[in-house]
Design a protein around this ligand. Structure first.
Ligand code: BGC
Length: 595
């Protein structure tokens, strides 16, 4: 760590009274926090939860919002010590809460691309679009190594293989943080640790495994991320052998900060502290003493702050722990150059016209091309000739919301073209280059006499977190914190696409019945059991959640670019089994080419 950052933090810490210190440890959600709150309670950080947006959700609205928070944090008043506020957002596949952002493929598609250099360019693009909105910090990269594709967050994972996740971690961090100057944003490796290993793939569930396995599989990607200097780490909702990660001094302090030498700060996940105990004081004392440095709170941040004061007064949290947490937070702010940055509205990247610009979209489109995995191509139906008479069908063919998935404009994703400004749906991308293409969503216009070939785009519709789980009802195993989400149903109870989305197979069969060869393109956040759809199609492409640049799919279907993606996850043949026991339809690493 640079000496001056350490010295700066130390000298500030020396001037701070208790209320200044404890305020730094709070991260409050924007909807429950005003700029005056930031000034009055010395709040260290504000976040936007998924879909929590200012004004009309334009770039300028974001800059103005953070400018107001930042100015409040820097107010020079009696009893205050100006410390620049950190504003955080989930820019996990572009700065996608914001209208008009460039949306690149979710991590699962990037895992198929096996291209670390591309990851660094995408992260850089993402940093620029975060900087354009005047913000400082993104909750990315997700380094989950997902071992059960029934988990609703599978698409946030690059791969089930820790080596593939690890091969991206440093590049992602470098692309975001850059040289830790005004051209970078702070990264956050999440969620420490074992988030992808829960039994049954239950969101926020229990990861039951030996320490050897936890470290070998789930900690592996953190090593290069730490090496690359990631400044923050988020604690995970899940438990490890029934102990919540947020409560584990061993995992947060002994392993992460001790053995692995992490010298940034640990942030808790969304109200994750509340899950530790029914009594909030006990919960908070447990988390802070375990090693949580900053507490992410949705609404009740005042109560959290009061509780923190009480716990310190009662000696339930030692002052040395508070000083350590605040020192870490101030050091991160100093190392990221926040003390030297002007107000958000005056930063060089604020309102940058590169936000959502063509040059960014070109990189995202390249990522789409590289992420496509060809699983079948009977009779060389691919590549399709641009002059062919093409029927384009399927519920995901002309829906930019669906192709972006969760964490896009809304927490649970968008469901239409108009919510995703800019970019192209897959149909729009095809239409732009194939003069004789016709669209019929349910395929009812299929006519052998008029169509040489069909491209049918099917699959899942958007979801995020536990609402993407595949499980039966709300029955969640003990050790899971999902009790807080029981009002929200899982995505379904089966990985079998024909059962979960029978309309897709119906569309394919309607066209197949006309004797027209079918190229199926699957939009999904994970591999699915697609035996029936594969059988009914001549060609089959896994396109994951490609994001806003649907034209990248046409680039490859028409042969202008090669298929080069390979499966980042085993593709299942049945709905049964955990990782390692999945009966594979295709193994990890599978992917055909057209040569
Ligand atoms: C998620 C985190 C996210 C946070 C803030 C939580 O529900 O688990 O990944 O960063 O919300 O939006």
């Amino acid at each position: 760590m640079p000496v001056d950052a350490r010295a700066h933090a130390e000298s500030l810490l020396g001037q701070m009274r208790l209320e200044h210190k404890l305020g730094q440890m709070i991260q409050a959600e924007r909807a429950s926090t005003t700029p005056d709150d930031v000034a009055r309670y010395h709040i260290g950080s504000v976040l936007s939860g998924g879909g929590s947006v200012p004004g009309a959700n334009r770039v300028a609205d974001w800059v103005a919002m953070n400018d107001a928070y930042w100015m409040a944090s820097m107010r020079e008043e009696e009893g205050r010590i100006p410390v620049p506020l950190l504003y955080a957002i989930d820019a996990i596949h572009g700065n996608t809460n914001v209208l008009g952002a460039t949306v690149f493929p979710h991590n699962i598609g990037l895992g198929a691309a096996r291209d670390p250099e591309l990851i660094e360019r995408l992260a850089r693009l993402c940093a620029e679009e975060v900087l354009a909105t005047g913000l400082d910090w993104t909750f990315a990269p997700t380094l989950a190594v997902v071992r059960n594709i029934k988990w609703g967050r599978t698409y946030e994972s690059f791969s089930e293989d820790p080596a593939i996740v690890a091969s991206y971690a440093a590049q992602y961090v470098k692309g975001l943080q850059g040289a830790l100057d005004e051209n970078g944003v702070i990264a956050c490796a999440k969620h420490w640790i074992g988030d992808g290993g829960t039994t049954g793939g239950v969101d926020q569930g229990d990861t039951a495994c030996s320490e050897e396995e936890l470290l070998r599989i789930h900690a592996a990607p953190y090593l290069p991320a730490l090496e690359a200097g990631v400044l923050t780490v988020m604690a995970s909702f899940n438990s490890w052998n029934k102990e919540k990660c947020h409560a584990s001094r061993y995992l947060l302090t002994d392993v992460l900060k001790g053995r692995l030498g992490f010298d940034g700060f640990v942030i808790s996940d969304w109200d994750g502290v509340d899950q530790l105990d029914d009594d909030i004081a006990t919960a908070l004392a447990t988390a802070i003493n375990a090693g949580v440095d900053m507490v992410m709170v949705s609404v009740e941040w005042k109560k959290m702050l009061e509780t923190l004061h009480r716990l310190v007064a009662e000696g339930r949290i030692p002052m040395s722990r508070i000083d350590d947490a605040v020192r870490r937070i101030l050091e991160v702010k100093a190392r990221a150059g926040l003390f030297e940055r002007p107000r958000p509205a005056e930063r060089p990247w604020a309102n940058s016209p590169t936000f959502g610009a063509a040059a960014h979209r070109a990189i995202a489109r390249e990522a789409v091309r590289k992420s496509l995995v060809l699983l079948k191509n009977d009779g060389s139906v691919l590549p399709v000739a641009k002059g062919a008479r093409i029927l384009v069908a399927g519920k995901n063919a002309d829906n930019r919301g669906h192709q972006c998935g969760g964490f896009t404009v809304e927490w649970q994703g968008a469901r239409s073209n108009d919510r995703i400004e800019g970019g192209t749906s897959i149909w729009e991308g095809i239409r732009a280059v194939a003069a004789n293409a016709e669209f019929s969503e349910d395929g009812s216009a299929a006519d052998r006499a008029r169509h040489d070939v069909a491209i049918v785009v099917i699959g899942e519709t958007p979801y995020a977190e536990g609402m993407g789980d595949i499980r039966h009802g709300g029955a969640v195993p003990r050790g899971s914190g999902i009790q807080t989400m029981t009002n929200l149903a899982p995505y379904g109870s089966t990985l079998v696409l024909a059962e979960r989305h029978p309309e897709d197979l119906a569309t394919i069969q309607r066209i197949q019945a006309q004797g027209i060869p079918v190229v199926t393109v699957l939009i999904s956040g994970r591999p699915l059991v697609t035996n029936a759809e594969l059988d009914a199609s001549q060609a089959f492409v896994a396109a994951w959640l490609p994001g806003s640049e649907g034209a990248g799919v046409a680039d490859v279907l028409f042969g202008d670019h090669e298929f080069r993606g390979t499966l980042p996850f085993t593709w299942p043949k049945t709905d049964e089994g955990e990782y390692g026991r999945v009966v594979p339809a295709f193994p990890r690493g599978f992917g055909l080419t057209l040569r």
